[in-house]
Each structure stands twice: as C-alpha cells, then as structure tokens.
Write a protein that binds this ligand. Structure first.
Ligand code: UT7
Length: 322
C-alpha cells in the first residue's frame, strides 16, 4: 500500500505587519472588538509590487530544502489560491518557471479558503495511484488586494501569506483519508463580485471587493467544520483522543474554539495562528502546519487533523500521520 507523506514544509509571510492599533486609525473599530470577535491581533500585508507567486515561491523553496529535494525531483505542482497573479498562465506554471521545474503537470485549484485542502487531496490521489513521486503542494494568497479598506466588517479580518508542503510516497502512513465537500447554494454569503467573464468592465455598485455576510457564514462554518471533523474520525474508526493536533483554517478564534469543543480537544492541542496571520484563506492551513512543525510541537508519528471552510461554500479535511 502506498501512502503519501509530508517530507517538508515551509511558509512565507510578507514583511509588512498591520496591527489592530493601525486599523483603529483607518476605520471605526477597536483593538478590543477585533480581538474578542475574531482573535486577530495583527496580519501581514503584501507590498503593492508583490504578487501571490512571489509569496508562494519563497514558501516552496523552504519546503523543498526541508524535504531535501531539488527542482528535478518535483513531478507535480499544485497551488490552492483564489488570488492568482494572472488569469493565465496559471500560477502553477509561473512558479514552475521560477523554481526551474520542467515537464510536470502544474495547475491551480480555486476553492477559496479550502484551496489547500483540495490541492493536498488531489496530490494524495496521484501519489497513491503511483503516478507522482514528489508533489509540491502550496496554499498561497494575497487576499488583502480584494478588500475594501473602508469596510470595517471585512478589512480587519484578512492577511496575506503562503504555505508549502512536499509530499512523497511512503510505505508508512501518511495521509489516512481526505474528505471534500461543497454546496453552491451559499454562494451569495461570501463572494468576490468580479471575474474575467463577469462584471469585469462593469463593476457592481458595491465595488470590486469581498462581500461577506459574516454572521451567516459564521453559523454554517461552525456547523460544517464540526461535522467534517467527525466524518474524518468515523471514516478511520478512530476516537477524538487519537488526534494529537487539530490544524484548522484560521478565520476566527471563536469558530476554532467551537470545533475544538465539539472534538473535546483542549485548545493546547490546536495550532492557532489567527492572532498573528489573520485569515489568509488557502494559505492558513499550510502555514499553521509549518508553524507547529517548526516550533517543535508537531512530532513525527503524531496524528493531525487538517480542516478548512470557505466561500462557495467549500470545505474539507485531511487526516494524516506526520
Ligand atoms: O474564511 C472563510 C470563512 N469566513 C469566516 O468564517 C468568517 C465568519 N464570520 C466571522 O468570523 C464573524 O461573523 C465576523 C468576525 C465577521 C463578525 O463577527 P460577529 O460577531 O458575527 O459580528 P456581527 O457581524 O454580528 O456584527 C456585530 C456588530 C455590528 O454592529 P451592530 O449592528 O450590532 O450595531 C457590526 O456593525 O459589530 C459591528 N462591527 C464592528 N464593530 C467594530 C462589524 N465589524 C466591526 C469592526 N469593529 N471591525
């Protein structure tokens, strides 16, 4: 039996840090409101001249070095992102070129905040099928370029970053199971109103910014993420106690706490980065994974549950032995 196993991880955050105190000078908000309602204390914001592939490139280089692989070894490159540099060529190919990787499939998956989980799941299938020997899987996002900096209901939430993982075949587990879901009936609760084939030259009056009915998203997110976690446990016939680390999408500390509670997990067993990164969409899970690995909390042989939820809605989980 072939499993896919994480051989290395990396992350990159843009230099500029935007604090809640600074946001207080930009919109009618307070540090206290942001911290208590979301858990966010600061977030990184990409520079004007940075694009998502710049962030992804840095994270990928670190993950490849950590895994001890070179450009020649990579035979699949997948990027989960909602904010690619261009409509095309796809960001996977842009990265391929910069990293000196040639002649392998390279593409992006657009599933909002669940993009990395979708990408990891896809790479896992190729590795299990024996078709891929070394996959570079990335979640990268410059979501702050889609934000209305005058809208306090969204501008305090998001940040930019990139996380990367190198996945290789192994006889030992490995990714144990992946569970993806989506339901398009919720499309109007969280969306960006412009795309290459819609409204591009005729933007809606609300403007070309992220639109979110936060409160309603919150309720579905809490319900769905709890269900997704239980689904992963049931599929593997393991109990809540068997999970060493929960690595959830970092949208809101209250959503994370609700999921942990449903799993009877103390918050000490949850990797939390929302305070430092904000909501980085598809980058949040791979960056949180990398944080836990780098600071020594996550150890080889431990069982991790990764999960995410985002616009669409889309959602998913990956249960793995690190
Ligand atoms: O990553 C993809 C998925 N996204 C999410 O999961 C996000 C889910 N949603 C959330 O995290 C939360 O709903 C928010 C953090 C976005 C909002 O928190 P909330 O507790 O649901 O607040 P609310 O939207 O119900 O607003 C409560 C009040 C409102 O004022 P009134 O109507 O009660 O007078 C808002 O206008 O808070 C007000 N408010 C703010 N006040 C100060 C909204 N944003 C701010 C702000 N500062 N930045």
């Amino acid at each position: 039996m072939i499993y896919s196993k994480i051989a290395g991880t990396g992350r990159y955050l843009p230099e500029r840090i935007l604090t809640n105190a600074e946001l207080e000078t930009m919109v009618d908000t307070t540090d206290e409101w942001i911290r208590t309602r979301t858990g966010v204390e600061r977030r990184h914001v990409a520079a004007e001249d940075q694009s998502t592939s710049d962030l992804a490139y840095e994270a990928a280089k670190i993950a490849m070095a950590e895994a001890g692989v070179t450009a020649e070894d990579i035979d699949m490159l997948i990027v989960g992102t909602t904010t690619p540099d261009l409509v095309f060529p796809n960001i996977g190919t842009l990265l391929q070129d910069r990293l000196g990787i040639h002649n392998c499939p390279a593409f992006s998956i657009e599933a909002a905040c669940t993009g990395f989980i979708y990408a990891l799941t896809t790479a896992d299938k190729f590795i299990r099928a024996g078709e891929t020997k070394c996959a570079l899987v990335i979640g990268a996002e410059i979501i702050t370029k889609l934000i209305d900096w005058k809208d306090r209901t969204t501008c305090v939430l998001f940040g930019d970053g990139a996380g990367a993982v190198v996945l290789k075949p192994s006889e030992e587990p490995g990714i144990l199971s992946c569970h993806l879901g989506a339901d398009g009936q919720y499309r109007d609760l969280l969306y960006f109103p412009i795309g290459p084939s819609k409204n591009l030259f005729n933007p809606p009056e609300a403007g070309a910014y992220i639109q979110m009915k936060g409160n309603e998203v919150f309720k579905v997110a809490v319900k769905t993420l709890g269900k997704v976690a239980e689904e992963a446990l049931a599929a593997n016939n393991i109990s809540k106690d068997d999970i060493d680390w929960l690595i959830p999408h970092q949208a809101n500390i209250r959503i994370i706490q609700a999921t942990a509670k449903r799993l009877d997990m103390p918050m000490e067993k949850v990797i939390q980065t929302v305070q430092d990164h904000g909501n980085t969409s598809a980058a949040s899970v791979p960056m949180a994974l990398d944080v836990g690995i780098r600071d020594g909390r996550i150890k080889r042989g431990q069982t991790l549950l990764l999960e995410a939820f985002g616009g669409g809605f889309t959602w998913g989980s990956v249960l793995l032995r690190y």
